[in-house]
Design a protein around this ligand. Structure first.
Ligand SMILES: Nc1nc2c(c(=O)[nH]1)N[C@H]1C(S)=C(S)[C@@H](COP(=O)(O)OP(=O)(O)OC[C@H]3O[C@@H](n4cnc5c(=O)[nH]c(N)nc54)[C@H](O)[C@@H]3O)O[C@H]1N2
Ligand SMILES: Nc1nc2c(c(=O)[nH]1)N[C@H]1C(S)=C(S)[C@@H](COP(=O)(O)OP(=O)(O)OC[C@H]3O[C@@H](n4cnc5c(=O)[nH]c(N)nc54)[C@H](O)[C@@H]3O)O[C@H]1N2
Ligand SMILES: [Mo]
Length: 718
């Protein structure tokens, strides 16, 4: 359902699903499931699901719909897309989607088949792709923690990540739990004492957005105190001298001022990491939510590199490419079309010639919808994204969507975004879809078959919808049936999809030290590029550096006087996946309302008590959430939840303007120069009690009783 990879057993009686449980033989979850997975039957059978294709019957967002057959819907979309292609150009069609769900690659494929370089998602520049690109640029491969072999990591450095709540992301909630039980020592870098930080031997509570300073200071200690792996560095890396020179000034004392982490603790963490063998880095999305995210990821990637933890048992490992490459059809895109990718010429690691997974720059796409600059974007085909919820600055996003000639939203439910569409298509849930999954994402150590076992109403899986659309439009490519794509990808394993279904999953043996077999890393120099030739060629700094967040007590002291608290948005909630699941009773009961975490001392100072509805305000907007007082957060920092809307409230808005964290964020510059990333964390805000009867009180019928469920607790099932 999410990008999780939990193996499950689904029990059928007379062809109907009656029970779902964790598969004890699955190498990833070993029989366990999270609450979201356990709610799957409620999800599958939910009365509010979209059931048929629909077309709007009145004005955009007017809430009036007319039912269509699939043939009518696909013909209409195909016809209108053809017209837009002819009247404008293929690039004026954009595709949108969300985070790595099953059909992720198919959206990119359809874009290529249509001849448009413009697809985007609210992750990409803010999620995973900076880590992926960093890893590939530095090592030629993507590396993940090895929780799967004989050797357990001796030390795990978890950075900006709370996998004990947010896993399975990279499928690691349960494997990490198991490694900790087997005795891995744990260092956590997080401004909140998260569920993961709770278990740490060393918790570095840094100021949000200063991860680059902390990482550089740890490199300073490891190099300065001669704690690096000389053999590995001498033989397998390039640019070590330059890196050593770069980090010389980044001392722990320097970093203490910036990060709020005591210098001695920085030294201790660096020493523990460097002297544990094997040690591994588990990095999360928090490091990708600032405009210096790319260089932050680069600095972090050097920690396991110079300590010699690359491709060793229990360290940082890469896969062996057990399945064939996905047929993205990138070759179908002309050079001319590629050069027109919105934002690609500026953010070259996101969408230009340095990109591993080229995507358009979302704020530039929305601007083109609104203004026609640099050229008009007239159609947006969305497969699984609640656009008004997860992109920054949703008011501007709203204006962009309202300006389109054609908005098609494929989703499971009628979201506030789907309400704005010209056509809405009903998507299948994970129980109603075939697919191939390989985990951890981009390392592919385990290959699993997802199997279609149910079918509700007229819902169809996204891949089929996209293929049928390509067929209707008479496109030259992207038209072969799903089964053919799956079978071809499985050829290197010597299996067909049917055969993989029989097995459920296969885990090709993990091999280590593959670079030694090859005599090289897959980079231009054949070495781990601490100083990157590719970045230099693209005009970026080849070495990591520190940059103060653009909005902070240091860079904007006057603003800080008006907005004295530092804001984090979007630490993951165990019971929901982004804006999903608010309509599922089993999950919603456990977490009925949006919560903002505030330290009790700060709350007292602000006249706020537990359970109060409060305003959280930045210079961009104001929302309400309920106060959750906790000493797990620094008094100078608050943390709001993202993804909130209220399916039970009246459409078309369904309360999307009340508690939506992104009303507080901005999609404007400064952006990360390489990735085009905007700021979702380390913003400045103020918090004060909401007026009685204002938005908060209307969220739900519940009275003002404090919420007991508590953030990030109890969302999994052993
Ligand atoms: N403020 C703030 N914003 C954030 C973040 C944050 O931390 N803070 N995190 C960012 C990150 S890292 C990410 S990855 C993005 C995530 O953003 P998205 O992944 O786009 O999440 P949603 O916007 O919730 O959209 C998911 C939609 O897809 C629908 N859906 C689920 N499964 C399927 C399916 O199989 N097919 C179809 N067609 N629809 C489906 C759901 O009902 C839902 O409406 O959000 C980003 N936005
Ligand atoms: N249940 C559930 N699981 C999910 C998701 C979901 O919505 N719900 N979303 C999935 C997706 S798309 C993603 S990307 C992953 C993300 O999963 P994670 O990478 O774990 O991301 P978060 O939980 O958002 O944030 C992790 C931690 O970063 C901390 N943090 C905040 N700001 C900073 C900072 O400036 N520096 C540092 N070092 N830490 C900071 C937060 O306090 C939080 O504890 O989760 C995936 N898994
Ligand atoms: Mo994400």
């Amino acid at each position: 359902m999410c990008h999780g990879g939990c193996g499950v057993l689904v029990y059928l009686e007379d062809g109907e699903i009656v029970r779902i449980e964790g598969d004890k033989e699955s190498p990833l979850n070993r029989g366990r499931m999270c609450a979201k997975g356990r709610a799957s039957l409620e999800h599958l059978n939910h009365p509010d699901r979209l059931r048929y294709p629909m077309k709007r019957a009145g004005e955009r967002g007017g809430g009036k719909w007319e039912r269509l057959s699939w043939d009518e819907a696909l013909d209409e979309i195909a016809g209108r897309l053809q017209n837009i292609r002819q009247e404008y150009s293929p690039e004026s069609i954009a595709l949108g989607q969300g985070t790595g769900r099953r059909h992720f690659n198919y959206v990119v494929r359809l874009a290529n088949a249509l001849g448009t370089p413009n697809w985007c998602e609210p992750g990409c520049a803010q999620c995973f792709i900076p880590r992926l690109n960093t890893s590939v640029i530095t090592f030629g491969e993507f590396f993940v923690c090895d929780y799967y072999g004989e050797v357990n990591p001796a030390c795990i450095l978890v950075w900006g990540h709370n996998p004990l709540t947010s896993g399975p992301d990279g499928e690691l909630q349960f494997p990490l739990r198991d490694s900790l039980k087997r005795g891995s020592r744990l260092i956590v870098v997080d401004p909140r004492r998260s569920e993961t930080a709770e278990k740490a031997e060393l918790w570095l509570q840094l100021r949000p957005g200063t991860d680059d300073a902390l990482a550089l200071a740890m490199l300073n200690v490891i190099i300065g105190d001669d704690l690096y792996d000389r053999e590995f560095v001498d033989n397998w890396t390039s640019g070590f001298e330059e890196l050593a020179e770069r980090v010389e000034a980044y001392t722990p004392a320097w970093a203490e001022e910036i990060t709020w982490v005591p210098a001695e603790k920085i030294r201790e963490a660096a020493r523990l990491f460097a002297t544990s063998r094997p040690a591994t880095l588990e990095w999360g999305v928090a490091v990708e939510h600032t405009p210096n995210c790319f260089q932050t990821c680069r600095a972090l990637a050097m920690l396991p590199a110079i300590t010699g933890n690359i491709d060793v048992p229990g360290g940082w490992v890469c896969g062996t490419r057990p399945i064939g490459f996905f047929p993205f059809l990138a070759e179908n895109l002309s050079n001319e079309a590629r050069d027109k990718r919105l934002g690609g010429d500026t953010y070259r690691i996101l969408g230009g010639n340095g990109a591993i997974m080229p995507a358009a720059h979302a704020p530039t796409v929305f601007r083109a919808m609104r203004t026609g600059e640099p050229y008009p974007v007239k159609a947006f085909l969305v497969f699984g994204n609640n656009t008004l919820s997860t992109y920054a600055n949703p008011r501007e996003v709203y204006a962009s969507l309202m300006n389109l000639d054609l908005l098609v939203v494929t989703d499971i439910y009628m979201t506030p975004t789907a309400e704005l569409a010209d056509l809405v298509l009903p998507a299948a849930t994970w129980l109603e879809a075939d697919g191939l999954q390989a985990f951890p994402i981009a390392a592919d150590l385990h290959v699993l078959a997802q199997q279609k076992l149910a079918s509700r109403w007229e819902c169809r899986q996204d891949e089929d919808i996209m293929i049928q659309l390509a067929q209707r439009m008479g496109l030259e490519v992207g038209t072969e049936p799903l089964r053919e794509v799956l079978d071809r990808q499985l050829e290197p394993l010597g299996l067909t999809f049917e055969e993989l279904k029989e097995k459920g999953h296969v885990s090709p043996p993990l091999r280590y030290g593959k670079y030694k077999e090859m005599g090289m890393f897959l980079t231009a120099s054949g070495k781990v590029e601490l100083c990157s030739q590719m970045l230099e060629r693209l005009g970026y700094d080849p070495l990591p550096y520190y940059e103060e967040p653009p909005e902070s007590p240091v860079s904007t002291p006057e603003l800080h006087e008006e907005y004295p608290l530092i804001l984090i948005t979007g630490a993951r909630i165990a019971h929901f996946f982004h804006s999903e699941h608010r309509q599922i009773p089993f999950l919603r009961r456990k977490h009925p309302e949006p919560l903002v975490e505030i330290h009790p001392e700060m709350a007292e100072h602000l006249g706020i008590v537990e359970g109060d509805w409060v305003y959280i305000e930045t210079r961009r907007g104001k929302i309400t959430q309920r106060a959750r007082l906790t000493d797990t957060i620094d008094p100078r920092v608050v943390s709001v939840e993202h993804g909130w809307w209220f399916p039970e409230e009246k459409g078309p808005e369904h309360g999307v303007w009340k508690s939506n964290a992104n009303l507080l964020t901005d999609n404007g510059p400064p952006y990360d120069p390489a990735m085009g990333t905007y700021q979702l964390r380390a913003l400045l805000c103020r918090v004060y009690p909401a007026e009685t009867g204002d938005a908060g009180g209307e969220h739900l019928s519940e009275t003002g009783t404090p919420i007991e469920s508590g953030l990030n607790k109890g969302g999994y099932h052993e």
